[in-house]
Design a protein around this ligand. Structure first.
Ligand code: SF4
Length: 322
């Protein structure tokens, strides 16, 4: 299958008073057309920076080096006017927090109207929005009309999520990015959100950024595990979950089985080297399988049958570099 998105060796750094923060630090990933990819990792591992870099909104972060190929087109260093054309049209974002992402002072219909004007698609203004809201499970035309005339605070969390998803889908994007779509939701709204995203994935490819492994399992046949600004393991979701290869993935899966959440860094296993220089494997200080080389050399990506892993354990056993 053709790749829709290929990110190669992406380095995005931030200058801060405390020093250089390497938020994306040699990140590789790919997403095939018509497929859904989940990216999992703890808070602070660089997931959200990746999202904003895909949209060309990483500033004040700087892309130091790397490539982002989207539908065969290089996005790094693309002029702002061209990026503007892709952003919101070909790549759309469902932002992180449905309770604050909508303008509280405007009715939903007016906000949808603004999106259509920004997209230069006045033709889809009401008809498209009505159809999408109905398709996303907001019921008959009377319910949809009621929503269009409501302010965000008059809607439930699930309804606001549907509205945001409908707004993102108005442009019929090739890629829909959902940033932490289930964070801070009650159980009912979480279930609704997952159903909405499943419905949305019939129309577009999804990139779902989350620490919610059950949600990723539901939505995404492919999964990448991120640590300290890199994807350290990539593969089929079910096989990665049942047989993780990277020592950090093994820890994550164990925590999930024990019911621990990952919205705060795991004590002692934080992506600590986002700040500072970059000798050896980021996970070496915590890794039960670390050897001398792990503290000196950055591991390279190894390609196995259906997966990729960044760890010296596999390079040392003579497996093929990607
Ligand atoms: Fe552990 Fe070494 Fe692999 Fe890093 S490279 S995860 S330290 S074994």
């Amino acid at each position: 299958m053709k790749n829709l998105l290929v990110v190669s060796n992406l380095h995005v750094y931030f200058e801060t008073p405390a020093g250089l923060v390497r938020a994306n630090n040699g990140l590789n990933l790919h997403l095939e057309e018509g497929c859904n990819l989940g990216i999992m990792g703890e808070s602070g591992c660089g997931k959200t920076v990746l999202v904003y870099t895909l949209l060309g909104l990483q500033q004040p972060g700087k892309i130091i080096t790397g490539s982002i190929l989207f539908s065969g087109r290089e996005l790094v260093n693309l002029p702002e006017a061209e990026l503007n054309h892709i952003r919101g049209r070909q790549i759309a974002l469902i932002p992180q927090n449905q309770s604050t992402a909508l303008n509280p002072l405007l009715k939903v219909g007016e906000q949808i109207g603004e999106v259509c004007v920004n997209l230069n698609r006045p033709d889809i203004r009401l008809e498209g929005a009505r159809r999408l809201l109905s398709d996303l499970g907001l019921g008959d035309i009377h319910s949809v009309e009621h929503i269009l005339k409501s302010y965000p605070h008059q809607l439930s969390g699930g309804m606001r999520q549907r509205v945001l998803t409908a707004m993102a889908l108005l442009s019929e994007p090739d890629l829909l990015v959902a940033d932490e779509p289930t964070t801070a939701l009650d159980a009912n709204t979480r279930t609704t959100t997952l159903n909405i995203l499943k419905e949305a994935s019939k129309r577009t490819s999804l990139l779902v950024i989350s620490h919610d492994l059950p949600a990723l399992k539901t939505l995404c046949p492919k999964l990448g595990v991120m640590y300290a600004g890199r994807i350290v393991e990539y593969g089929d979701t079910l096989s990665l979950m049942s047989n993780p290869l990277h020592p950090y993935s093994r820890l994550l899966m164990k925590c999930q089985q024990a019911g621990d959440y990952l919205d705060i860094p795991l004590t002692g296993f934080e992506s600590r080297d986002l700040l500072g220089d970059n000798e050896g494997c980021s996970f070496a200080p915590f890794c039960p399988q670390a050897t001398g080389i792990c503290f000196k050399e950055l591991p390279l990506e190894v390609c196995l049958d259906n997966s990729r892993v960044v760890c010296h354990l596999y390079t040392q056993s003579g497996m093929k570099l990607c």
